[in-house]
Design a protein around this ligand. Structure first.
Ligand code: BTN
Length: 273
C-alpha cells in the first residue's frame, strides 16, 4: 500500500510518536528526535542547531528535502516521499581527534545492520561509507564536522525504478523488492544499531576502533578490500591500485601499480574489478 500527500510519490510519512517510543527516552543517546515534513537539508539544520549549542543526541528527519547535500560538494537529489533522509548530531567529547574519522564508517556499519533488521537485505559498504545493494548505491552518508560537533546525514533510497532514480549508479529498496518498507521502522532500526556501536566505541579507548570491534566489523562489510580500485582524489588526481586494508585511522590503504602504499583519507572509489 502507498500513502501519498500531495506532491509525494508514495512512502508513508515518518511517524514521530512511534519513532520516539521505539528509540528515544532518558536512557538513549537520542534525546531530541524531531520530524519535519520538508526542509532544505537536515545536515544544514543540524549544523545550525550545533552552532546554537544543541546537545549530542539530536535527530532531525525529514519526509522530504529540497536542497540535499552529498559528499564532495555534490547535491543529493530525492523525490518527495521517496527516501529516508535524516541527520544526527554527535559530540564524541572523550574521543581523540585522530580517532573521530571512524564516525562516518561506524554510520555505514549501522545502516547495513539497520537495513538487514528492517528489510532483510544484505548490503555491503564501498569505502568509506557508500551502502551498496549489488553494485547499486542504496544509501549515502555525509559527515560534517563543526568544532567538537559531528553531524552525520544519511539518505536511503526507498522508492525509485531505474527510470526515475536521479543517477544511473543508484538503486532503491523498491528495486531490491522491499519498496513497502516503512520509513519509521527503518529509521528506528538504524538509530538502534548506531547507538549501540557508537556508545561502545566512545567508551572503549575512548574511540579505539580495534578494541571495540568496530574495525573488524567494518572490514567484514567493506566490499572494497581486495578489489582493484580507481580513487578520484580531491583536487582531481586519480589513484589506481589494489585496496589492501583500512588503517587504524579509517584510511583506505591502496597499493598502486607502481610505488609505495598510499593512505587515502578522502576520495571517491570506483570498484574496477
Ligand atoms: C553522498 O554523497 O553519498 C552522501 C549523501 C548524504 C545525503 C543525506 S540525506 C540526509 C542528510 N542531509 C543532507 O543534506 N545530506 C544528508
Amino acid at each position: 500500500m502507498t500513502h501519498a500527500r500531495s506532491g509525494e510519490v508514495g512512502a508513508a510519512p515518518l511517524n514521530a510518536v512511534r519513532l520516539r517510543a521505539a528509540v528515544g527516552g532518558p536512557e538513549s543517546v537520542w534525546t531530541d528526535i524531531r520530524v519535519v515534513a520538508e526542509t532544505g537539508s537536515t545536515n544544514e539544520d543540524a549544523l545550525k542547531q550545533a552552532a546554537d549549542g544543541a546537545n549530542e543526541g539530536l535527530v532531525i528527519a525529514a519526509d522530504s528535502q529540497t536542497a540535499g547535500r552529498g559528499r564532495q560538494g555534490r547535491q543529493w537529489l530525492t523525490r518527495p516521499g521517496a527516501a529516508l533522509t535524516f541527520s544526527v548530531l554527535l559530540r564524541p567529547q572523550p574521543v581523540p581527534q585522530a580517532a573521530r574519522g571512524w564516525v562516518p564508517l561506524l554510520a555505514g556499519v549501522a545502516v547495513v545492520f539497520g537495513l538487514r533488521q528492517a528489510t532483510g537485505i544484505g548490503a555491503r559498504l564501498k569505502w568509506p561509507n557508500d551502502v551498496l545493494a549489488g553494485d547499486g548505491k542504496l544509501a549515502g552518508i555525509l559527515a560534517e564536522q563543526s568544532g567538537d560537533a559531528i553531524v552525520v546525514g544519511i539518505g536511503v533510497n526507498i522508492l525509485g525504478t531505474e527510470r526515475d532514480l536521479p543517477v544511473a549508479t543508484a538503486t532503491s529498496l523498491e528495486r531490491c523488492g522491499a519498496g513497502g518498507t516503512d520509513r519509521t521502522d527503518l529509521l528506528a532500526a538504524i538509530l538502534r544499531e548506531f547507538e549501540r556501536r557508537y556508545l561502545h566505541w566512545r567508551e572503549t579507548g575512548p574511540g579505539d576502533a580495534a578494541a571495540s570491534g568496530l574495525e573488524q566489523e567494518y572490514k567484514s562489510l567493506c566490499g572494497t578490500l581486495g578489489r582493484q580500485v580507481c580513487v578520484q582524489l580531491p583536487g582531481g588526481r586519480e589513484l589506481a591500485g589494489l585496496a589492501v586494508d583500512v588503517d587504524p585511522a579509517g584510511q583506505l590503504l591502496v597499493s598502486p601499480h607502481r610505488g609505495d602504499l598510499v593512505a587515502v583519507s578522502a576520495g571517491d572509489v570506483v570498484h574496477v574489478r
